[in-house]
Design a protein around this ligand. Structure first.
Ligand code: R1P
Ligand code: URA
Length: 291
């Protein structure tokens, strides 16, 4: 029998927990909520009927508990798809690799992963404090090109339209696209705008924001907002969704990203109370996720 995945690849600490998350297999649920801000973890878990365990290492805070009979873990990812690479791989390892033998299990678990985050709107009619459910994610970041994956014909058509309408600088990353898990997306019709979310590799110039310096692509916000293909539009942008949807596809997990809009980039407005909008998103989404 092989010795399994090497110590340098699947890194376990003295507690037998996975390297960055510091969580052991029995400590993680199969329904996962991800949030960017570590402080937001307690804002989700305070709605749990029972908290079973709390774990923390670096910016990765995990609370596992129950809403009714549904066991849920809420995990903070920090900002960006580079952190999503760590969180999605370690969540997958926790359920799909036997830590004793270091072998991939024969029966694989498909996690349900829902991001509850904040985002900037690219449409005048999607105001601050509104909610968006991401039907698709387009990645302008550089994470997924390090993996291989399969797209559906519909995804490839939409991606082709995007590449035709939004011309990025030649040295920028090549955009990629994935759809949400349909069975999760369909639960969030009422009270949510639905559309394509663009994931950017930064908050300032990669989202067309300029405090000082100069933008290489000053038309970015206009071009993203004007994109249209078969009545599909880009609603918003943020910094994690493409990595979650993309690694979800690679590893066989079902993913959805929900956002509270805190900035409207067309109107130049920012929410007067973004924390209240996020709190409302959590209170709205959690019972639906747990159902
Ligand atoms: C930027 O301010 C951060 O906010 C958004 C972006 O994706 C990025 O992580 O999400 P979170 O509020 O979930 O962190
Ligand atoms: N998060 C982002 O990434 N962008 C915004 O404009 C607001 C929140």
């Amino acid at each position: 029998m092989s010795t399994g995945i090497a110590a340098s690849e699947l890194i376990l600490n003295a507690r037998g927990a996975v390297y960055h998350l510091d969580v052991r297999p029995e400590e993680i649920a199969h329904t996962i909520i991800t949030v960017g801000d570590p402080e937001r973890v307690q804002n989700v878990s305070k709605h749990f009927d029972r908290i079973e365990g709390k774990y923390q290492h670096r910016e990765f805070v995990t609370h596992t508990g129950f809403v009714g009979n549904t066991r849920i873990s809420v995990v903070s990812t920090g900002i960006g798809t580079d952190n999503i690479d760590i969180v999605l791989n370690e969540l997958d390892a926790l359920v799909n690799i036997d830590f004793a033998t270091r072998q991939v299990k024969e029966e694989l678990v498909s996690l349900r992963i829902v991001r509850l985050g904040t985002s900037g709107s690219l449409q005048e009619n999607i105001p601050v404090d509104a909610f968006v459910a991401s039907s698709h994610a387009i990645g302008l970041d550089n994470l997924l090109p390090y993996y291989t994956w399969h797209n559906t014909p519909e995804e490839l058509q939409l991606l082709e339209a995007f590449r035709g309408q939004v011309r990025l600088q030649p040295h920028a990353a090549r955009p990629y696209l994935f759809e949400a898990a349909p069975e999760l997306l369909e639960r969030f019709g009422e009270g949510f705008h639905t559309g394509i979310t663009v994931t950017c590799p930064g908050f300032y110039a990669p989202q067309g924001r300029l405090l000082r310096g100069a933008l290489s692509h000053p038309q970015l916000i206009d071009q993203l907002g004007a994109f249209s293909f078969e009545n599909r539009h880009i609603t918003n942008f943020e910094m994690e969704t493409s990595g979650i949807y993309g690694l979800g596809r690679v590893l066989g997990h079902r993913c959805l990203s929900l956002s509270a809009i805190v900035a409207n980039r067309v109107r130049g407005e920012f929410s007067a109370d973004g924390n209240a909008a996020v709190e409302k998103l959590i209170a709205t989404a959690l019972p639906v996720i747990a159902a």
